[in-house]
Design a protein around this ligand. Structure first.
Ligand SMILES: [Zn+2]
Length: 149
C-alpha cells in the first residue's frame, strides 16, 4: 500500500486524530518498533480514496496483515464479515481487553474476524503489552476497560 501521495500535513492530522495509536491493535506509536503507517481502509487498489475518512493510523504489522482486504471470516460463525472500520465504528464496541490488557477479544463478528485477519494478538504485541502494563504505560488510555467475567 503506497502512501507516498499523502502530504505530510494529512499524515500528521491522521496521527493526531488517532492519538498516535494504531487504530486496530492500539499499539502506541512511541513504543512501536516501526513508525506507524497510514492505512487506506478501503484500499486504493479497489477504489479507496485519499480522503481522510478513508484513512486510519495503523502499525506496520496490522497494515501488512490487512493488505488489500476489507473482509475476513469470523472464526466463530465461519461467515465472511467486514473488517473493523475505524472511521465508522467504535473500537470498544467490537473489541475488549482481557484482565491484564495483553489479549484483545472480539465482541462481534467484525471484531473476531479483524483479530484473526490482522493478527491483533501476535506474540510481539502481547509481549509489548505485558511489559508496558507492568510499568503503567498500557492500556493507552486509563479509561479503557477490560472484559468482565
Ligand atoms: Zn496495529
Amino acid at each position: 500500500m503506497t502512501e507516498n501521495d499523502l502530504s505530510a500535513d494529512v499524515r500528521r492530522r491522521v496521527a493526531e486524530r488517532a492519538a498516535d495509536l494504531c487504530e486496530y491493535c492500539r499499539v502506541q506509536g512511541r513504543y512501536s518498533c516501526d513508525p506507524l503507517t497510514i492505512d487506506h481502509i478501503i484500499p486504493r487498489s479497489i477504489g479507496g480514496s485519499n480522503d481522510p475518512d478513508n484513512l486510519a493510523l495503523a502499525c506496520f504489522g496490522c497494515n501488512q496483515h490487512k493488505s488489500r482486504r476489507t473482509s475476513a471470516v469470523d472464526p466463530l460463525t465461519e461467515a465472511s464479515t467486514l473488517l473493523f472500520h475505524p472511521r465508522h465504528q467504535v473500537w470498544a464496541e467490537h473489541f475488549a481487553w482481557n484482565e491484564d490488557y495483553t489479549i484483545i477479544f472480539g465482541l462481534t463478528p467484525t471484531g473476531r474476524a479483524t483479530i484473526e485477519a490482522l493478527h491483533l494478538n501476535r506474540e510481539g504485541l502481547v509481549n509489548l503489552r505485558r511489559v508496558l502494563y507492568a510499568i503503567g504505560e498500557h492500556p493507552p488510555s486509563p479509561r479503557e476497560s477490560h472484559r468482565s467475567e
